[in-house]
Design a protein around this ligand. Sequence first.
Ligand code: DAH
Length: 336
Amino acid sequence: MDLKKYESKINRVTSLDKLNELEVRFLGRNGEINKLLSEIENIPDEQKKTYGQKINQLKSSMYRYIETKKKELQNKKSDVFFDKTLPGKIYPKGSLHIISNAIEEITKIFEKIGFIRVSYPEVDWEYGAFESLNMPSGHPARDDVETSFIESAPHPRFGKMVLTPHTSNGQNREMRRVGAPPIRMINISKCYRPNWDTTHTPMFHQFEGLCVDREITIANLKGTLDYFAEKYFGKGTKTRLRPHHFQFTEPSFEVDISCNVCGGKRMGCKVCKSGWLELGGTGMVHPNVLKEGGIDHKKYSGWAFGCGIERVIMMKYGLDDIRNYYSGDIRFLEQF
Ligand code: DAH
C-alpha cells in the first residue's frame, strides 16, 4: 500500500523491457493493485470508501510514475552518439527483369502507331487456341503445336482447357471484343509448350499483332514489320518474308530480319549463317478466322503476326541460351 515502496522499485529499472514487466506486475489484470482492490470485501463497511479511494490514488500515481520513467528511458536511448555526417547506407536497387523491359519496349513501339496492348488468357479453351484459328478438332495441324491440357470437364462448345501454346488465341477474343474493325491489337502474354533446351523453355512469352480494316494488304504488313525491326533492332535492319504455311493465315510467311552481327553479309557469320535471322510467323488473316470472329471477310481484310519475346531479345543481344532468363543468376540479369 506504500507508494514509496513501488516508486523505488520503478526507479531502479534501467531498461524498457524491465519497466514493461513491472507495469504488468503492478497494474496488469492480475497485478498487485487489482489484488488489493479485491480485498475490499474483507474491509469493514465504514472503511470501504476510504480504502477504495486510497487504492485508486495509488493506482493513478503509479501509472504517472511509470509513464515518466518510460519517457526517461526512451530519451536515454537517443542519447547514443549519432554521427549525422556519415554517409547513408546504400541499399542495392532492384530493376525490372529483362523480359519485362522488352515487353515495355515492344508495347511502346506499337502504341506509337496506334496499336492497343491487350493481354489475353494463358489458360484458354481449345476453341480459342485452335478452332477459332481454322484448326477444327482432329485437324493434323494441331499436332504441330505441342499443347498441355488442363484436366477439366470439357465445355460443350469450346472443348477442353489448354495452356495456350501461342498468343494467337487473342485474335478471336479481340475481334469479339472490338466488334467492328478497325482493329489494331498487340497481345502480349505467356505461352506454354513442353520443351526445354537452349532455345526453348516450357513457359515463354509471345507478342501477337493483329490489324483488321478495309483494304489492308501485305504492303501494310511489310511496312509495319520494317518499322518494328528498325525501332527494336536498330536503324538499317531489314525484313524479308518467306512463304510458309499456317492454318490461320493465307498467304502465310515466316519473317526474317537482316543479321546485325554481319550486317547481312553472312561471310563466316556464326550468328546467322545465312545473313538472316528468323523473327516469327505472319500472314494475311484467313477468311475463316475473320468469319469466326464475326467479321465480314468480304468487306474487311487483315494481317497478323506472332513472335517470341525471349527470341527477339536473344537476337538483339546475341545471346545463346534462353534458360539464362529464368536461372535467377543476378550476374546475367544485371547486364541488361
Ligand atoms: N502462332 C504461331 C506460332 O506460335 C505464330 C504465328 C504465325 C502467329 C502466323 C500469327 C501468324 O499471328 O499470322 O508459331
